[in-house]
Ligand binder design. Structure first.
Ligand code: ZN
Ligand code: ZN
Length: 110
């Protein structure tokens, strides 16, 4: 497993990432799916989102994942989409736990 991620688990269709520093992130599949940065979901030159959030099922699930080298992970979603690559540093930024939300709020305030 890559240096900054200790373990990735698919749990009840969602994704749990255990980080090497002991931090734990839990993600809803749909939330990660909506943050997909592949060329199908985001226009490459403008970064405009092409993916229509309304088109993504509320009960979307993660089915499987594949590590991409030492720095990223690719998920297979229940809508058969799998082209998105999620670098670990992006995943960490997407963490929705209270501690990460609070540190983001601090960063915005300063
Ligand atoms: Zn995508
Ligand atoms: Zn967090």
């Amino acid at each position: 497993m890559a240096s900054n991620v200790a373990e990735i688990t698919i749990l009840d269709g969602g994704v749990v990432v255990e980080w090497a520093d002991g931090h734990r992130s839990e993600y809803e599949a749909r939330y990660l799916r909506l943050n997909c940065g592949c060329a199908e979901c985001v226009e490459e030159w403008s970064r405009r989102q092409l993916l229509d959030p309304a088109a993504v099922d509320a009960d979307l699930r993660a089915e499987d994942y594949l590590l991409v080298g030492q720095y990223a992970v690719q998920f297979l979603w229940s809508d058969a989409h799998f082209t998105g690559i999620y670098p670990f540093d992006l995943l960490r930024k997407l963490c929705m736990c209270e501690a990460c939300e609070a540190s983001r709020a601090d960063a915005e305030a300063s």
